[in-house]
Design a protein around this ligand. Structure first.
Ligand code: NI
Ligand code: MN
Length: 225
């Protein structure tokens, strides 16, 4: 399984015939050097919540590639109006799909979808545990620290992507606690440095985590598990 970090919370997962992207915030993401055209054939898009820096370019990418979008019921219904293919699920649910299994985990955050002057209800924010070819990736989405993360230890996660930027999500101190709860083999920090208010030093995070190996991925860097 190949995991590529494109800055903010954007993750590309490649395994077998699957090329999935999580939270495809490409165009407005100044850290992201990749263009939508460069992404290639995206088979699946995972959306953790409705905020613009996560829902991002989902509609354009899905239209271009006929991708299946996996999101909560409310976001799926919203995207369904655009004629896109969606798979709707909800917190705590696990499903077997053609490529592996997906579990939707809870996140402490918001999920409203900004549409001009209006805010469309986007249901509950979430994270995903995505298992393909026996490897498990956890993408936490945007979330505060929750003691529920302790339950994720039982999932035996290979790689956990955790936000560390603070203000909207966990900061480094809380993300260290989250990492200690989850005990993944590898932890990758995300959701930092995109905006001034979420500036954080991933090296500080790395030095504090004792329970897992922290892998700091630079923009467009890949790791293999
Ligand atoms: Ni958010
Ligand atoms: Mn965010």
């Amino acid at each position: 399984m190949k995991l590529t970090y494109l800055g903010h919370s954007v993750l590309v997962i490649e395994a077998g015939k699957v090329k999935a992207i999580v939270d495809p915030f490409i165009k407005g993401n100044e850290l992201c050097k990749v263009r939508i055209e460069d992404l290639g054939n995206i088979t699946h898009i995972f959306v953790t919540h409705g905020h613009g820096d996560h829902l991002g370019d989902t509609i354009e990418i899905a239209k271009k590639n006929n991708s299946i979008i996996i999101a909560n019921h409310e976001i799926s219904a919203y995207l369904g109006k655009y004629g896109l293919k969606t798979h709707s699920m909800h917190i705590g649910g696990r499903v077997k799909l053609d490529f592996g299994t997906v579990k939707m985990t809870n996140a402490l955050h918001g999920s409203g979808i900004s549409e001009g002057e209006n805010m469309v209800y986007g249901g509950n924010p979430c994270g995903f545990i995505i298992e393909i070819e026996g490897k498990k990736v956890y993408h936490a989405g945007d979330t505060g620290l929750t003691y529920d993360m302790k339950l994720l230890e039982d999932e035996k996660i290979d790689v956990a992507f955790l936000p560390i930027g603070g203000n909207y999500t966990m900061d480094i101190e809380d993300a260290v606690k989250a990492a200690e709860f989850i005990k993944a083999k590898f932890v990758v920090p995300m959701h930092y440095d995109t905006f001034d208010i979420i500036k954080a030093d991933p090296q500080v995070f790395k030095n504090k985590v004792k329970s897992s190996e922290v892998k700091i991925l630079s923009i467009n860097e890949s790791m293999y598990v």
